[in-house]
Design a protein around this ligand. Structure first.
Ligand code: SF4
Ligand code: ZN
Length: 350
């Protein structure tokens, strides 16, 4: 936590605001100009107290109390906008122990105080030495603190090997492809086994913007058609619906909220992350955002607008080709329409 504070102090959050535009503090991304205020003033746009964070994309600053309210209200709006929760839902929270999933767990717990739903958490232990054990500890502690039951499942018990040992044989270049496919597969299987109606995933809007751009750069429109704030079950009932309450929340604000709420996050990166294409895209988008604030959120909003059009196309495809087949090898649904699912194909590669 000490390092985290050092690297990301509230003062730094505010100082990083240089060029501000005059936009409304109430709307999501500053669509209306309800409030005109000199930005970079160091004052909360709502109450005039000293601000602790500036949101350049919206041209507003907040004191701690108004920021946390704004943050929580936006997550609530996202949940409502995409109808993510239904009464009596059993929600499996995909909890890595990192900042995003931990903050999401806290928010869902809070929502659960006034909305009838059941929460439990699933943590996947991929078997990454020097990394996963730390976030695993956070996951266990946070669940204990919040009284949320936690199930930990490992690659070793399910696939007979850890990610580390798999990558020793296959090389690290595609670490995240193996890890991502295996994790999604396992999470879906375990959540389904545990009777979950939905799986909550802690993807923030930075992750979303990266995924959108990566799919464009790889020319994978079908994957993009399946991706969204709510995804999964429409394709096959064996896929548990995946919801993303942080879909419109920037990563930096998730970190700030965690810090302000005293949520302990150990800031240890995955040793394989450096090899990821995602890191490259992340860097490009962060540089773009620095020069042109709001770019990342605009990518997310543009994607959502396009998604409506793409969904029509997906419906027609299902009508024409039918629903995805079940994998011949493991029986799980195969969204790639091959005889074997993405995991079995990947693991059978020489
Ligand atoms: Fe897995 Fe890649 Fe994430 Fe590491 S960075 S946990 S290898 S997906
Ligand atoms: Zn305020």
């Amino acid at each position: 936590m000490k390092n985290f504070h050092k690297n990301f102090s509230a003062v730094e959050i505010r100082r990083s605001s240089t060029t501000m535009k005059n936009k409304c503090g109430k709307c999501k991304e500053g669509k209306t100009k309800a409030r005109v205020q000199t930005m970079g003033s160091g004052k909360c746009s709502k109450c005039n107290k000293a601000s602790v964070i500036a949101l350049r994309y919206a041209g507003i600053e907040f004191c701690q109390s108004h920021f946390t309210r704004f943050f929580e209200a936006r997550v609530m709006r996202t949940v409502r906008e995409f109808s993510m929760l239904a009464r009596k839902d059993r929600i499996a929270v995909a909890l890595s122990g990192g900042k995003d999933s931990t903050v999401m767990l806290h928010l869902l717990k809070k929502i659960g105080e006034s909305f009838p739903m059941e929460l439990f958490a699933i943590t996947i232990d991929e078997g990454i030495a020097g990394y996963r054990e730390f976030s695993l500890k956070t996951a266990v502690e946070e669940c204990k603190k919040l009284g949320v039951p936690l199930t930990v499942v490992s690659f070793r018990s399910e696939f007979g090997q850890t990610l580390d040992s798999l990558l020793k044989k296959r090389g690290e270049a595609r670490a995240c492809s193996y890890c991502g496919v295996m994790r999604r597969y396992l999470l879906n299987k375990v959540a389904r086994r545990m009777g979950a109606d939905k799986i909550a995933i802690g993807h923030n809007s930075d992750d979303v913007a990266q995924t959108v751009m990566m799919n464009y750069m790889r020319n994978e429109p079908e994957r993009l058609a399946r991706f969204g704030p709510v995804a999964g079950a429409a394709e096959d009932e064996l896929f548990v619906t995946r919801i993303k309450p942080l879909f419109l929340t920037p990563e930096r604000e998730v970190a700030a909220y965690a810090m302000m709420k005293g949520i302990e996050i150990k800031n240890i990166g995955c040793p394989y992350a450096k090899s990821a294409f995602r890191q490259h895209v992340r860097k490009i988008l962060n540089e773009t955002e620095e020069k042109y604030p709001a770019s990342k959120l605009r990518i997310v909003r543009a994607f959502l607008a396009q998604k409506k059009l793409m969904q029509e196309g997906a419906k027609k495809r299902i009508e024409k080709h039918g629903k995805p087949a079940r994998c011949k090898e493991c029986g799980e649904p195969s969204s790639n329409r091959e005889e074997r699912c993405a995991l079995c194909l990947l693991l059978s590669e020489k």
